[in-house]
Design a protein around this ligand. Structure first.
Ligand code: COA
Length: 258
């Protein structure tokens, strides 16, 4: 059997590629399991600062959950398939930034996976949608919760209730992706972005992600207090001393990650 997740390294960036191009990289049990294992391997690897997730082949990022697995499934089977830990939650809480490099169809669970990432960069050829309604289903990978938070209730409902696909330009216009680039430049532009973030202090990047992610769970007042505490925590690090000193010395900072 070919590996369902390919892992490559480009400097301090790890690239995870879902490798089922013949099925448009649909997420089956095996892919989910292998993705969790790949992420677990990267989590403690100090040599990796940023993770990029993409799909194999020219056509698709991830075309959703593997629909073939749904046929004949009972609610108990499905509940088992959706047991924790789930890739969506692991990615959103991952201690390193995760970037979705969206190279084609980004549908259903694929769109939800992209929503769980910290940044989304798409090829002009990418197409987005939550087509579950056409299967008599609703999004089950966090789409009803993360999509409205990113694009607003109206756009989320339009996508979820119609199952319609939108192109990359529209996805950018509604805030579903942050960047859209020519297809042939996708990898280079993604790596440029990833390397830039991976070149910052890993400790500070981790804390910054944690602070922003907290905004999804906290009231504004709680979040502002939490931010102040994390900001003050940064004053305990060697990297804060180095960052400030480097600015004053007019030289690039040399991060130590502590
Ligand atoms: N689950 C399982 N298999 C899938 C899949 C999915 N989500 N999406 C695509 N595939 C498979 C197709 O069945 C086909 O397999 P086959 O060659 O063995 O028949 C192969 O991938 C290629 O897909 P195909 O439909 O032939 O490509 P297309 O270019 O004509 O259409 C899509 C592309 C994305 C429009 C179409 O594949 C589609 O609608 N996929 C389902 C999307 C979806 O509903 N996702 C949410 C699931 S909850």
């Amino acid at each position: 059997m070919p590996e369902t997740i390919l892992v490559e390294r480009a400097g301090r960036v790890a690239i995870l590629t879902v490798n089922r191009p013949d099925k448009l990289n649909a997420l089956n049990d095996q892919v989910r399991e292998d993705m969790l294992a790949a992420l677990a391997g990267i989590e403690g690897d100090a040599g990796v600062g940023v993770v990029v997730v993409t799909g194999a082949g020219e056509k698709s990022f991830i075309a959703g959950a593997d629909i073939a697995e749904f046929a004949g499934r009972t609610p108990f089977d499905q509940r088992h398939a959706m047991r924790s830990p789930r890739i969506f939650d692991i990615m959103s809480a991952f201690p390193k930034p995760v970037i979705a490099m969206i190279n084609g169809f980004c549908l259903g669970g694929g769109c939800e996976l992209a929503l769980s990432c910290d940044l989304r960069i798409a090829s002009e050829k990418a197409r987005f949608g939550q087509p579950e309604i056409k299967l008599g289903l609703i999004p089950g990978g966090g789409g009803t919760q993360r999509l409205p938070r990113l694009v607003g209730t109206g756009h989320a409902l339009r996508l979820i209730l119609t199952g319609d696909m939108i192109d990359a330009a529209e996805a950018k216009a509604i805030g579903l992706v942050e960047l859209v680039v020519p297809h042939e430049e996708l990898r280079a532009k993604t790596l440029e972005l990833a390397q830039k973030i991976a070149g910052m202090s890993p400790l500070t990047v981790k804390v910054a992600k944690e602070a922003v992610r907290a905004s999804e769970k906290m009231s504004l007042e709680e979040g502002i207090t939490y931010e102040r505490d994390l900001f003050c925590l940064c004053f305990s690090t060697a990297d804060k001393e180095e960052g400030v000193k480097a600015f004053l010395d007019k030289r690039p900072a040399q991060w130590q990650g502590r």
